[in-house]
Design a protein around this ligand. Structure first.
Ligand code: 13P
Length: 256
């Protein structure tokens, strides 16, 4: 059975002081909770401080981006060993806000996923179709291309460590998520494709849903057998909301 994962993507929010306040409240609410993995992904400027504040915690630390090179002349970029140094265990790769807002391509995502794994970071590989792609009936083609490129350089031995997040672009940040049934169908499809590529290892890959997950909407996704948790944006900035999402995911998993 797959341990569910709930990751908070703080995006470009929170100064260091605010980040530390939030993580303090999250430790109070969530530390030691068994049966669910929790990760927070602060902006780069807060990673080191949040990493220190999470010492001894069961909450993991993730970055929101990584460069594929281990070091070098890449102004403004951050390398995987630097993320490891400040305590990161995870990194979000290929978020739609980077793909569509900042020109990140499948080829770049491919290299980032491989670099993350090579340096001991768990990549949270984001895939998702835009509204135009969905309306043109291209959802499955887009997802297959994004997933295929994302895992192209992943060896079978590393496959089980992957996390994939299905984030339909049209459902992000607007308070109107996909339905649980849609998320379940796509998560199952992604797992089938991973199975074709990696065989049995695909069964242990966690597939998350992201896009307007809140305490009010999470129940719909937590109940789906193919969905192994959530990648949460806006609601992850409030300790009580994020904690209640985590508890809902855990509750759905341990319920008979
Ligand atoms: P929201 O939860 O704010 O819709 O954001 C989702 C997301 O992009 C998480 O990576």
């Amino acid at each position: 059975m797959r341990t569910p994962l709930v990751a908070g993507n703080w995006k470009m929010h929170l100064r260091v002081r605010e980040a530390l306040d939030l993580v303090g409240a999250l430790r109070q609410a969530l530390d030691g909770l068994a049966g669910v993995e929790v990760v927070v992904c602060p902006p780069f400027t807060a990673l080191a401080d949040v990493g220190r504040a999470l010492a001894g915690s069961t909450i993991g630390l993730g970055a929101q981006n990584v460069h594929w090179a281990p070091q070098g002349p890449f102004t403004g970029e951050i390398a995987a060993p630097m993320l490891r140094e400040v305590g990161c265990t995870h990194v979000i790769v290929g978020h739609s806000e980077r793909r569509h807002g900042l020109g990140e391509t499948d080829a770049m995502v491919q290299r980032k996923v491989a670099a993350a794994l090579a340096h001991g970071l768990v990549p949270i590989l984001c895939v998702g179709e835009t509204l135009a792609e969905r309306e043109a009936g291209r959802t499955e083609d887009v997802l297959a291309a994004q997933l295929g490129a994302g895992v192209a350089d992943v060896g079978a031995a590393d496959a089980a460590r992957l996390v994939v997040a299905y984030e339909p672009v049209w459902a992000i940040g607007i308070g109107r998520p996909a339905t649980g049934a849609e998320a379940n169908r796509v998560a199952g499809l992604l797992r089938t494709w991973l199975g074709e590529r990696f065989g049995a290892a695909a069964a242990t890959v966690r597939v998350l849903y992201g896009g307007s997950v809140t305490p009010e909407t999470v129940g719909e996704f937590a109940a789906q057998p193919q969905v192994d948790g959530a990648l949460v944006g806006g609601a992850s900035l409030q300790a009580e909301a994020f904690a209640s999402i985590v508890r809902a995911v855990l509750g759905a998993r341990v319920a008979p």
